[in-house]
Design a protein around this ligand. Structure first.
Ligand SMILES: C[S@@+](CC[C@H](N)C(=O)[O-])C[C@H]1O[C@@H](n2cnc3c(N)ncnc32)[C@H](O)[C@@H]1O
Length: 357
């Protein structure tokens, strides 16, 4: 195999015509560069250069390698840029986006419903846990604190979110989490059955192929390893007083998410998905968040800062898709906020599934 680093050496020498200048561009000493060229010649079994009047010239083999290197390096660069483009498209697919408001919403959501979702998020000491789609680390902080004897690897596709998550976890002095930028659709950094537990929260709802993802994740779980999946289900939303625009706004969020390949009603599918993916001993428990004026923390944290904030966040998309007009969606948002008043009631159900490989 010819390492691509050699192609860059050849091209730098071609550009500068001397080892001295080429080594500067490559950030190498001249002797390190000479050494690498000798390695390459011995690897290929041909001479690539000869010297004439103090000049370094390409042999016929060297010329062929130089010409092909140029094409290969250009092709690799095009490939890299194309991958960047695909990655950006994938990021745009994610309906909630990566604004400051969304980061705040994720943290408010995790904090406000933490006791409902996580009273039983406890795994054996010494477990190696993979958290998939960690976002800004809102759930990470909770599970890391509850499982201080476990090692957690948290991944997300978005670099910006990973940076924020890292900062949050470091500032809290939490030391059992490692962050990796990765796409769950490729899991390129994973090899073998390495995890005791996999934790997923609010991610499957955004993926076009949740079943394939669960099947792929199962492969990197140790035999007998477990998985936890937490997802919402917008179809479970009800509230008082009724407001037809608020109801339409919730349905519209489901519709735009569906257009992006996701499923905002996926909570009800956790059992069938885990079952089809081949997991055993599946247990799904609905976690109803029922809010009335007697629960002021949930009124603020859940009705206003989590659920209504989520609809506000996709308002622009709903209007752009022509699903509701701006005035209709604004009335919908007012209707949702109205449920946060003294006589209002709001209910939403999350689903938490646990299963064994
Ligand atoms: C709704 S957020 C949930 C974040 C976190 N689990 C929480 O509950 O606060 C979904 C996260 O999934 C990430 N995500 C979306 N598609 C992904 C993919 N293909 N691979 C890894 N992460 C992905 C997004 O970048 C986003 O941070």
């Amino acid at each position: 195999m010819i390492d691509t680093k050699y192609l860059h050496l050849i091209l730098a020498i071609n550009k500068h015509g001397s080892l001295n200048k080429a080594s500067k561009e490559l950030n190498l000493t001249q002797s390190a560069l000479s050494h690498q060229l000798k390695n390459l010649e011995s690897l290929l079994g041909v001479e690539l250069f000869y010297r004439e009047k103090n000049q370094l010239l390409f042999t016929e083999a060297g010329k062929e390698l130089r010409d092909r290197s140029e094409k290969i390096v250009e092709d690799l660069e095009r490939l890299r840029l194309r991958m960047l483009e695909i990655r950006e498209d994938q990021l745009k697919q994610y309906i909630h986006g990566y604004s400051k408001e969304e980061a705040k919403r994720l943290n408010d959501q995790a904090t406000s419903v933490s006791e409902f979702l996580h009273y039983d998020s406890i795994w054996d000491n010494g477990s190696k846990i993979l958290e998939v789609g960690c976002g800004v680390g809102a759930q990470t902080e909770i599970i890391a604190r509850k499982n201080s004897g476990c090692q957690i690897v948290s991944i997300d596709i978005a670099e910006e979110s990973i940076m924020q998550a890292k900062e949050k976890i470091q500032s809290q002095g939490i030391e059992n989490v490692e962050f990796v930028i990765a796409d769950v659709r490729t899991l390129a950094h994973e090899k073998g059955e390495v995890y005791d537990h996999i934790f997923i929260c609010f991610l499957l709802e955004h993926l076009a192929n949740p079943l394939e993802i669960l099947q792929a994740l199962k492969k990197i779980l140790k035999p007998g390893g477990t998985i936890t999946v937490i997802e919402g289900d917008h179809g479970s939303t009800f509230f008082y007083p009724d407001n037809k625009y608020a109801r339409r706004a919730v349905r519209s969020q489901v519709e735009v998410q569906e257009k992006r390949g996701g499923n905002a009603n996926i909570g009800r599918e956790i059992y069938p998905l885990l079952d089809k993916a081949g997991f055993k001993n599946i247990e799904v428990s609905p976690r109803q968040i029922y809010v009335d004026a007697a629960k002021p923390k949930l009124v603020e944290g859940f009705i206003k800062n989590t659920f209504t904030a989520m609809i506000k966040g996709v308002m622009g998309e709903i209007v752009k898709e022509g699903i509701m007009t701006k005035s209709e969606i604004e009335q919908g948002i007012s209707g949702l906020l109205r449920t946060a008043e003294r006589d209002g009631v709001f209910s939403y159900t999350f689903f938490k599934g646990r299963a064994v490989k």
